[in-house]
Ligand binder design. Structure first.
Ligand code: PHE
Length: 360
């Protein structure tokens, strides 16, 4: 068997290694030299046919050749990888001399902010967040809340009715979040302690009314809940929300079909020189409706009113947002005017604290 001159093989292979200009080409060179049928592998195989003396001379030479070629391949690969990385870094480099794109921070809408504040305050008192659908039926919005058909109190709500579906069922946009009282009481047994923020709808529009607005509903049902709990809870809330420890308040008798007795809560304010100031002065400002849940509502929901009773309240979120942050026109809330939002909006970092007020 004639053996190719190892020196010649080495020269040729090294030329091929250095001539490979891609990683794939280099791999082909490697296979051609060191692979199963590679040239160096063939040379190694030829050792078997040699006499012991020849083998002793040729063996180390071939091993040396094999080592040099594989280090040459490794070195070449490394060099190619490094220069590939450098090329990429060069290409992907950031041009720090480019002018900066103008960045603006978004802001939190006052309605979202006040909702968060309300929920945080009630969560601190042990209330659980609950929600319900905006599109409702007559039962949840009226009948179960002790407003059967023909009940005069229905006229107080300028309801948006939707066109009946094929089955003739009449759907409506809920006029208040009290619907979620019903949904909650019908879905699980008492006790209940829920706080329900959400959108509500009435066909009404002026400085202080928009067709869509926001309410927070509260409901507490337990075995020994009484009017004292209602008052304590709402006084605590009003003081935390407006961040005034001695905020004056009063409860005025009122009427809601779903509570008995019913009340409206006012807080003290002054209106001197056309400027509204909360917490001072001898004037009053209504902030919410409330009352002891009417036993009829409990019975409508399958709750035994001889064992359970409780209270409910409803707060207009937009309204108290206007009061707390001095925003005069409710309609501006929903005009999506960025200048307005920049002025009245909140930083996402103004997180409401449980004790009321804002942590900055
Ligand atoms: N649902 C009433 C309204 O929208 C508010 C309310 C809720 C009053 C719960 C009493 C109890 O006017």
């Amino acid at each position: 068997m004639t053996m190719q001159d190892p020196t010649e093989t080495e020269t040729e292979l090294l030329a091929a290694v250095n001539g490979a200009d891609t990683l794939d080409a280099l791999e082909q060179v490697r296979i051609g030299a060191l692979g199963r049928k590679g040239r160096i592998t063939d040379l190694m195989k030829s050792l078997g046919g040699m006499s012991p003396d020849e083998r002793r001379a040729a063996g180390p030479a071939l091993n040396g050749l094999k080592d040099r070629i594989s280090s040459a391949i490794d070195a070449r690969r490394e060099a190619m990888e490094t220069s590939g990385l450098e090329a990429r870094l060069r290409q992907e480099g950031i041009d720090v001399t480019l002018p900066v794109r103008p960045e603006t921070n978004g802001s939190v809408h006052p309605v979202s902010q006040v909702t968060e504040e309300l929920v945080a305050i009630f969560a601190d008192m042990g209330f659980e967040l609950a929600e319900g659908p905006d599109v409702e039926d007559d039962f949840h919005n009226f009948t179960a809340l002790n407003m059967p058909p023909e009940h005069p109190a229905r006229q107080m709500h300028d309801t948006f009715y939707l066109t009946p579906d094929e089955s003739g069922a009449q759907r409506l946009l809920r006029t208040h979040t009290s619907t979620v009282q019903i949904r909650t009481m019908m879905s699980r047994p008492p006790p209940h302690r829920i706080i329900v923020p959400g959108r509500t709808y009435r066909s009404d529009s002026d400085m202080t009314h928009t067709p869509m607005f926001h309410q927070v509903e509260g409901l507490v049902i337990d075995r020994a809940t009484h009017m004292g709990h209602l008052k304590g809870c709402l006084i605590e809330f009003a003081r935390a929300f407006f961040d005034i420890d001695d905020l004056p308040y009063r409860f005025r008798p009122s009427y809601f079909p779903f509570t008995e007795p019913s009340a409206e809560m006012d807080i003290g304010c002054s209106r001197a020189d056309g400027e509204l100031r909360i917490g001072a002065g001898d004037d009053w400002l209504e902030i919410l409706g409330c009352g002891m849940v009417n036993p009829r509502v409990l019975e409508n929901c399958g709750v035994d009113s001889s064992v359970y009773q409780g209270f409910a309240f409803g707060v207009g979120i937009d309204r108290i947002a206007m009061l707390k942050y001095g925003i005069p026109d409710l309609r501006s809330f929903f005009e999506s005017d960025l200048r307005w939002l920049r002025h009245y909006g909140f930083s996402a970092l103004d997180v409401p604290t449980l004790a009321g007020g804002l942590a900055r």
